[in-house]
Design a protein around this ligand. Sequence first.
Ligand SMILES: [Zn+2]
Length: 81
Amino acid sequence: MKKLGTSRRLDELGRVVVPKELRERCGIETGDQIEFFTEGDAIVMRKYRGCCVFCKGTDNVKIIMERAVCAACLQKIKDEQ
Ligand SMILES: [Zn+2]
């Protein structure tokens, strides 16, 4: 794990601001869903990369109406209309 030399204070509701440079580096944008993991006593977070509810694929998955859908399945849905 790489130390970044930055720290932020957790507020009374357990919230913390993720530094902009980290969000940009990881491709995290406002409204993205985040998933959490633990590694020893550390908390690791990353942009949610769930699997597609239709094909179970993990490439180019976006969250649409709170469901993970891959770009290929999304295109198939659009083609059906
Ligand atoms: Zn899919």
